[in-house]
Design a protein around this ligand. Sequence first.
Ligand code: PNS
Length: 164
Amino acid sequence: MSKLAIYPGSFDPVTNGHVNLIRRAVSIFDQLVVAVAINSKKAGCFSMEERIELLKAVTSDIPGVRVELFQGLLVDYAAQIGANVVVRGLRAMSDFEFEFQMAHMNRKLAPGVETVFLVTGADEFYISSSVVREVASFGGDVTGLVPDIVKDRLRAKFEPKVSG
Ligand code: PNS
């Protein structure tokens, strides 16, 4: 039987750290659902449609990866698609507290769902979507931090609009 895992997140936007993790996770599990959480409380930079489109574009060459949207509890979505493994990336100690709490909460809600952590790549440990957004919003160069298609979208989003 093939093993299905979920890699949930906000992906606002997808970074090279996410892509590195997706490639490694799918080499462990046969199928990986990259699940973009709909968060009605957080406006975000990219729309859900844009996040999905970008994720699909940057994972199109990776067999076994599917990109989906989900709303509500992750464990409910996991049950819905028949997955019992959640994959998350760990960059530094600062990630640990939130990840530890989330893994325990998910286990409390659904004891059959295991969280597996992959340590992020050595070249990506300092990359986060929020830092990328911040740098891009001030016109900084995000080459190497995000796939080129994401870099282009960020540039288009933040480039000064010529009025008149
Ligand atoms: O990329 P992020 O923002 O760190 O991802 C966090 C995410 C989306 C995985 C987490 O907030 C989540 O699972 N949200 C769905 C709601 C839920 O199940 N919450 C309970 C777990 S604490």
